[in-house]
Design a protein around this ligand. Structure first.
Ligand SMILES: [Cu+2]
Length: 64
């Protein structure tokens, strides 16, 4: 399923990769699309939303 998350604090390609890697640690097969300008992160995954958010928060970004 598609899950739309809002992530704050991403400023560059490094942040983008960090967030993508965090999601992929929860679900290696997740498809992740990041829009740096809006902070929108679209994740195609059946893992619980809370687990995806926690992984991103653990990397130091505010996510909801
Ligand atoms: Cu960055």
């Amino acid at each position: 399923m598609n899950q739309s998350l809002n992530v704050q604090g991403m400023t560059c390609g490094h942040c983008e990769r960090t967030v993508i890697n965090a999601v992929k640690q929860v679900d290696a097969n997740a498809e992740v699309r990041v829009d740096l300008s809006t902070g929108k992160v679209e994740v195609q995954s059946d893992e619980p939303r809370e687990a995806l958010i926690k992984a991103i928060v653990d990397e130091g970004y505010a996510a909801s």
